[in-house]
Design a protein around this ligand. Sequence first.
Ligand code: ADP
Ligand code: MG
Length: 237
Amino acid sequence: EQEVAEYRKSLAIRVSGFDVPKPVKTFEECGFAPELMRAIVKQAYEKPTTIQCQALPIVLSGRDIIGIAKTGSGKTASFVLPMIVHIMDQPELQKEEGPIGVICAPTRELAHQIFLETKKFAKAYGLRSCAVYGGMSKLDQFKELKAGCEIVVATPGRLIDMIKMKALTMMRATYLVLDEADRMFDLGFEPQIRSIVGQIRLDRQTTLFSATMPRKVEKLAREILSDPVRVTVGEVG
Ligand code: ADP
Ligand code: MG
């Protein structure tokens, strides 16, 4: 335990929460199936970034997480890889409808980047991802969602529109990501986030990532997540 503490310190990782899994040093230690390992190798990701070293074992263990690390630190794979594992673990994968993984991001551009990253790993298993944000006709988006998918990457406003139009149901959703939570707050998406969260089962796993953690975002996180582990990498405001 002392050794783990020293190791975290050497990587500028700070954690809080009970029974925090220890950081990994390699992707191999994460126990990913060969299909997913191949997809990781194909991305030329040699080893996990610092946030990934600590976030991956936490999220893979099923825990909720508040992950705080600066832009460019590799937060996306910290929630996308465990999401793929989570989806493949669902016994009812073939039954019911609607996404299992739901990712919310503040802007079209960010959602699109996440969507591209998600597709790289989702295709290892033929999982379907849908991008749900402005700039595409609502009718086209409606049709795409109706065709079915396991993963949705969305901006909050458009996702709510699609739920209202009954383009998708949240019945099957058990893995929720709130990415760039600070920016979603700055853009005034708190009511939309609360509405989306309110429609997702309480037995979900929830992950929240941010470059900074203002008090009001921390408060929302504490309301939405259950027994989260909080991970901070480096000096963040
Ligand atoms: P953040 O969300 O923290 O701003 P991203 O997830 O967008 O960061 O990652 C930043 C860049 O680092 C992306 O181009 C991504 O493909 C790359 N990246 C992520 N993880 C790794 C890794 N383990 N090894 C090498 N590159 C990585
Ligand atoms: Mg990001």
